[in-house]
Design a binder for this molecule. Sequence first.
Ligand SMILES: [Fe+2]
Ligand SMILES: [Fe+2]
Length: 305
Amino acid sequence: MQSSMLEEVIDNPNPYPVVAEPRYPEVWQLCLQARELAWDPAADIDWEELKNADLPPDVRAAGAEWWSLRAWMEHGAVPYGCERLRDAVFQHLPFEVKQHICNFIAEELRHHEASFRIAQALDDYQPEPRADYFKTIIPKFHDEKVEKAMSFYAGLAVNTLFEQLSGELLQVRYENARFPAIKEACRLILRDEARHIQFGRVIMRLFFADISKDEKVALGEKFAAKLRGSLLNGVYSVVNLPAEERKRSAKQRALAADWGIGATHPDEEVEIIIDAVGRIRGEVAEYDVPIPVIPEIEGPREAAE
Ligand SMILES: [Fe+2]
Ligand SMILES: [Fe+2]
């Protein structure tokens, strides 16, 4: 091995003690549920029916584009989880915290797999966005500098707020799905996401009493910034997309939603996000975490009321 390669390998500076003592029984409960409710996107879902369904080619293409986007987003959670696992290992956090994060990584990868299998059954999975705009947006989904600026549990809590938001959108996509394979994939993904959201609630309860007021304000701002900066740009909703891509993307989504491909109609997405952000704001207010108004989705509406 070349010495330059050796230099890149960062040793864990202090491998001991390897903690085995459980500290958070609620987190361990989530780990046990994850073991019991594990599923296999390849084997547990019948893809043949979707492959053979009578669907026009433009609907198949729109559905494949939509589920490719979903696959990229699920995959985006994997590098994020890897960084958190690295932190948890280096900080010698309790076993159940490391186990939960391992589960999180495996589950997000499984959501990615289920999503690209839907795209493949419909048409072609797109390994990368065709629109240049999306190519620049997707990598911004996870910014390690922003994550590192927060304390470990506070950062995890912010992430789970996004899980809550995407869970609300996924619920509507589940209801939209008319094909058994898509419906089952959505149901199983939702079941995993419920545990990720529950983990967020547990850590907020355990750790939010101890974080400073300034950090709480920063958390609310980070939530709003991420929502505005990347997720409204064609990921959760098309509202912040440049006009041309917004039109094209919205048309494709509407087509997929009209045919029950497990998509959300662009017109309903904003309403779902407004409701979900309102609920999340109420939940974190209990811990004095203020979430600023999101002008793109809440501004004009609030002004009108
Ligand atoms: Fe997921
Ligand atoms: Fe998740």
